[in-house]
Design a protein around this ligand. Structure first.
Ligand SMILES: Cc1cc2nc3c(=O)[nH]c(=O)nc-3n(C[C@H](O)[C@H](O)[C@H](O)COP(=O)(O)OP(=O)(O)OC[C@H]3O[C@@H](n4cnc5c(N)ncnc54)[C@H](O)[C@@H]3O)c2cc1C
Length: 443
């Protein structure tokens, strides 16, 4: 392993990307400081433990870990954390019936996705020919269409449109906001998805285990507000409730979402395509509602524990099947327009109104005993759920999101190619940034 003793690195952001970078840099002997604006580590990984009966908890942000996501699984194993298998029954699907009521449909969500993938075939082959290089004109031509305009072009039937709308629970963007490229990229991926897991005791245990060895080198409630980099030195201006001060170091890892990174003045400024890549990236609206009921009425033989839907409440799944107790938590993820709709319903009728919209799952008469709602687009340190590509985003800019500039290195979910939007992408990007510093330092 390359050595970085005597080298100082400031990691900005204590989400999984920043913490993974700090873990690897510390292992290489660097002097690492981590700063985060929040009063906790984990960022968009946030296990909610308060307000639920029977000591239960559920995830307010990143929840499911797929078997194919090796980087996060390896890191969790290294830290002695156990991953529990969840949602063995896969995903079902809910849509409106002719009378306008939500109804579970027999076919699995997979069937709708297979139809969608089939309809995208004409793009998937050329996309593969471009070897997924986002600077290819093939990719540019796909990228400038929205999913909605493509659905119009192919005269999609209502079922195909509903399936595409349902994907806002995944991309956090409605068909008119999302570039067709996002769908093509998703369906062109060849690595098979496996079973789903979450970390026993809460996904935040990964963040707290990574943060523990940092001790006083972790500064919470501290914002990075400006950066200057000249020669071999980077000067980082940080601000907490009491004062503004400067930290000087050899390298910086910027593991912040693009939404907050673009508000930080950097001198000398980033190359203009890099500036644009960061400035123009969109983040999806995402409202997570956790509803705890006195009993798990949604469980039934041969019924899946998770449902996609194009409806206003978004995707719904069992949020804590692995935990003991008669009570149970349903996790609702409303992306894009569903995020707005869920918020307005809850503003008018409270979480009970939302619980009532789950009658199709057997919620009638069930006792709501706890609830929590997190609106990620209103979170000042995230300003959205995760990144998505809209039709106005020039795909050739994407490579700039992860490109080092001088002594500044970039990490975060949005910089990952294969696992953008995932916890695995965050971990992988942090480890990549650490390895890049080691490589650059020894050039
Ligand atoms: C609702 C929701 C559901 C999700 N579901 C899943 C899922 O099921 N599976 C999955 O794999 N992923 C999921 N994700 C995505 C996953 O949570 C993220 O991709 C990942 O956690 C991002 O990590 P990160 O380190 O890149 O960013 P973050 O976790 O956002 O970390 C960045 C940190 O930077 C800090 N910060 C911001 N600005 C400043 C500043 N100026 N100064 C100092 N600090 C600052 C923030 O406070 C934050 O802690 C979900 C996300 C959301 C929101």
């Amino acid at each position: 392993m390359p050595h970085l003793s005597g080298v100082s690195v400031l990691v900005s952001g204590a989400g999984l990307a920043g913490l993974a970078a700090a873990h690897d840099l510390t292992a290489m002997g660097a002097d690492v400081i981590v700063v985060d604006a929040r009063d906790r580590v984990g960022g968009r990984v946030w296990t909610i433990r308060d307000g639920f009966a029977q000591n239960q908890h559920a995830e307010g942000g990143g929840d499911m870990i797929d078997d194919a996501q090796h980087e996060i699984r390896a890191l969790a194993a290294e830290l002695g954390l156990t991953l529990t298998r969840i949602l063995r029954g896969g995903f079902g699907y809910v849509r409106q019936d002719d009378a306008g009521r939500p109804r579970m449909v027999r076919r699995r969500a997979l069937r709708g996705w297979t139809r969608l993938a089939g309809a995208l075939d004409e793009f998937i082959h050329p996309y593969r020919l471009a070897e997924q290089r986002w600077d290819s004109p093939i990719v540019a031509a796909i990228a400038k269409r929205s999913v909605a305009s493509w659905l119009d072009e192919v005269r999609a039937d209502p079922e195909l449109r509903a399936t595409a709308t349902g994907l806002r629970g995944f991309f956090l963007a409605d068909p008119d906001e999302l570039s067709l490229l996002a769908l093509v990229d998703q369906f062109a991926a060849t690595d098979a998805w496996g079973s789903l897991r979450r970390i026993e005791g809460g996904n935040d245990r990964l963040a707290t285990a990574l943060a523990a060895p940092l001790g006083s080198r972790l500064h919470l409630n501290t914002d990075v507000v400006a950066l200057t980099h000249r020669g071999r030195t980077v000067r980082v201006t940080v601000k907490n409730a009491r004062a503004q001060s400067q930290i000087t170091c050899d390298y910086v890892v910027l593991a912040l979402p693009a939404t907050t990174l673009r508000r930080i003045p950097i001198a000398p400024s980033l190359p203009s395509p890099q500036h644009d890549a960061i400035a123009r990236l969109k983040y999806g609206r995402a409202t997570r509602t956790l509803l705890q009921f006195s009993r798990r009425f949604w469980r039934a033989p041969r019924r899946p524990g998770a449902f996609g839907s194009p409806l206003f409440f978004g995707a719904v799944w069992d949020g804590n099947e692995e935990q003991r107790g008669r009570a149970g938590i349903l996790s609702l993820l409303a992306g894009g327009g569903a995020s707005d709709a869920t918020q307005s319903l809850v503003a008018k009728e409270g979480p009970r109104g939302l619980a009532q919209s789950l009658e199709w799952l057997g919620a009638r008469g069930a006792d709501l005993v706890g609830s929590k709602q997190i609106v990620w687009e209103q979170d000042p340190h995230a300003r959205g759920g995760y990144a998505y590509f809209d039709p106005a985003y020039d795909p050739a800019l994407r490579a700039w999101l992860a490109r080092p500039f001088g002594r500044l290195f970039f990490a975060g979910e949005h910089t990952s190619i294969r696992w953008q939007g995932y916890m695995n992408g965050a971990v992988e990007s942090g480890r990549r940034a650490a390895a890049e510093i080691a490589a650059a330092h020894h050039l």
